[in-house]
Design a protein around this ligand. Structure first.
Ligand SMILES: [Zn+2]
Length: 68
């Protein structure tokens, strides 16, 4: 299931929910049903880039940076 970011215009809460497209998002703070879905901050390409970056850092620590 994808993770979505939401913003509640009623109480200004920002929250994340794991949900299917058919699910109705509800604000966990005030129960408002008309919340705004935001573009997720962690997109798959950004995530894999971060994984590569940490793998490079690990390789550098272990002394075989040339593999990358
Ligand atoms: Zn709310």
């Amino acid at each position: 299931m994808p993770l979505y970011d939401f913003h509640c215009p009623e109480c200004s809460a920002d929250f994340e929910l794991l949900m299917r497209a058919s699910d109705q998002p509800v604000c966990p703070k005030c129960g408002n049903h008309s919340v705004n879905r935001l573009i997720s901050r962690v997109s798959p390409p950004g995530k894999s880039k971060a994984i590569i970056a940490s793998a490079r850092a690990q390789a550098r620590k272990e002394g075989h940076f040339s593999n990358f």
